[in-house]
Design a protein around this ligand. Structure first.
Ligand code: AMP
Ligand code: MG
Length: 340
């Protein structure tokens, strides 16, 4: 491949996935390589994830470089996810990136992971100013760009939607990631069992829903009056209706003309259907991020790094510390109109 444009190497390292994406400064993804930690049992144990990432990080970088048919010396910019996420895992991405930037003498940009999920959606869907529903294993955020920031209109008060689905899947013996398996199960049912629907103002709470779904599996009626598919269907219907309600209210409030569905859970066809429906109702254009870029990936980090670099240049090395709890509405967005 002949590549004339400048190139960024983006490193994603907030949780389960170590991912490296190479993207040019115009937004063409040149290559993408991933390594995902899949727990044998239980949730994500940071020490075990860290070990896997430490063992595999160079192999994934090399795979991305070789797929792009370039050497590390051809890279012009390093970008990495500095927030939010699990501290020990964020640290690996930060350390590898700082090392590469200094060894290669190229600029570095620290990127907020949630903003990267929005920016890859804007790029891939060619959408300018959407109201965004960002749903993943670690986050559930309804946001839109206003007054120089990605303002948060609604979010989960406890567990994220992906985590709810993965925990439920784990309880029924389905390995991580549970989302696609629960979706498949739910398709076999059209029965709805009543479950707690908790929307507080513009925020959402999923923990009561999780407990209630678990109780349905332990009840004497289980496999008599209803089956596993019915519970999976009811869980999805309740959680997705909650997300849809808040997204619709944010859409009405902001008056945005576009809606973007992004993050790993965006792969779900039933959720897509619901969000598309309310977008149409409000005369807004609906887009969902392509499957390849819906989950955590290095291309989205690379691209967000390019946007920031083009607007304000790279970070000085002392400004590349990780920040596991950083909220995306704390960050100014200099690459968008009105951003500083
Ligand atoms: P991310 O954290 O953005 O990498 O996304 C991973 C999350 O997306 C996990 O919680 C998965 O279970 C979830 N996910 C992936 N595919 C689907 C699907 N088809 N339906 C629901 N959730 C999904
Ligand atoms: Mg994510």
């Amino acid at each position: 491949m002949s590549i004339k444009n400048k190139l960024a190497l983006g490193i994603e390292s907030t949780a389960h996935t170590w991912s490296v994406g190479i993207i040019d400064f115009s937004g063409n993804v040149i290559s993408l390589a991933n390594d995902m930690f899949i727990p044998k049992k239980g949730g994500l144990h940071p020490v075990l994830v860290r070990e896997q990432h430490l063992n595999n990080f160079m192999g994934v970088i090399n795979k991305a470089l070789s797929e792009a048919s370039i050497s590390i010396r051809d890279i012009d910019l390093i970008a990495f996810s500095k927030s939010p996420g699990l501290g020990p895992i964020l640290k690996i991405g930060a350390q590898v990136s700082r090392l590469l930037s200094q060894l290669l003498k190229i600029p570095i940009v620290a990127v907020n992971h949630c903003i990267a999920h929005i920016e890859i959606g804007r790029l891939m869907c060619e959408i300018e100013d959407p109201l965004t529903l960002y749903v993943s294993g670690g986050n559930t955020i309804i946001s839109a760009y206003e007054s120089g920031r990605y303002q948060i209109f609604g979010e989960t008060l406890d567990i994220p939607i992906g985590n709810l689905i993965d925990s439920f899947a784990r309880d029924i013996g389905m390995p991580h990631p549970g989302g696609p398996k629960v979706e498949k199960l739910a398709k076999d049912s059209s029965k709805y069992l009543s479950l707690p629907y908790v929307v507080k103002g513009m925020d959402l709470s999923f923990s009561g829903l999780y407990t209630a779904a678990k109780r349905l599996l332990e009840s004497k009626d289980y496999n008599k009056k209803y089956d596993l598919s019915d519970v999976a269907n009811s869980l999805q219907e309740t959680a997705f209706a909650m997300l849809t309600e808040v997204t619709e209210r944010a859409l009405a409030h902001t008056g945005k003309k576009e809606v973007l569905l992004t993050g790993g859970v965006a792969a779900n066809k039933r959720l897509q259907e619901m969000i598309k429906y309310i977008s149409n109702e409000h005369g807004a254009r609906y887009e969902v991020v392509p499957l390849k870029y819906s989950g955590d990936n290095g291309a989205m980090i690379g691209w967000t790094g390019v946007l920031r670099y083009k607007a304000t240049g790279g970070n000085i090395i002392s400004d590349t510390q990780i920040n596991p709890k950083e909220r995306m509405d704390q960050i100014s967005i200099p690459w968008r109109k009105g951003g500083a």
